[in-house]
Write a protein that binds this ligand. Sequence first.
Ligand code: ZN
Length: 213
Amino acid sequence: MIIFGTRGVKSTLQEGEFMCPQCATTKPYKLKKVTKFFTLYFIPLIPLERLGEYVECQSCKGTFVPRVLDYDPNKDKNEFQAHYEQAMRHSMVLIMLADGEIDAKEMEIVLKIINKFGHNNLTLEELENYVHQVQAKQEPVQTYLSKIGPSLNEHGKEIIVKCALSVAAADGNIGEKEIRMITEMAKIMEMPPSHLKGIFHELTKPEPEFSNN
Ligand SMILES: [Zn+2]
């Protein structure tokens, strides 16, 4: 009997030092590649397809998408920060607009979040102008979020999701459209679904129940 099959084989493509988002400092990394191999008697013989590449921090063992290596803390700090502010501002306003209505309380919470977590210094008037811009431009939530989300560590992603939930809950209930958008945001940031589920669960203890409006 001939035993054959396929197997994912990991190999190291590159090693060096990088700014680990989880350790928040420079650490050694390995860039690894996973290749699907045709195996014969459990021995990988023929590479079939590349399944993907990832960066592994040799200190915390956290894994990241390869573009984390492009992040040079000195060179890119300002750029990343600018993207972060932009993504925070944009996604919070979109969440606020998701239910089709804006009330004063939502505006107040969005302003607080943008200024505190988005490291901004907006006035209410500037926020109102920005909301009109967002309404006119109709850019999807991934426009800015996809530039920073996947490079954030789990804590950073969690902050954004929790901020979005606070905005969604500002009018007293979290609607289905808001849940859908927050789920999409988590996906854009490559947050594991189990993590998102945990956040939702924590927020809606004991029984997750969302209204339909
Ligand atoms: Zn690390």
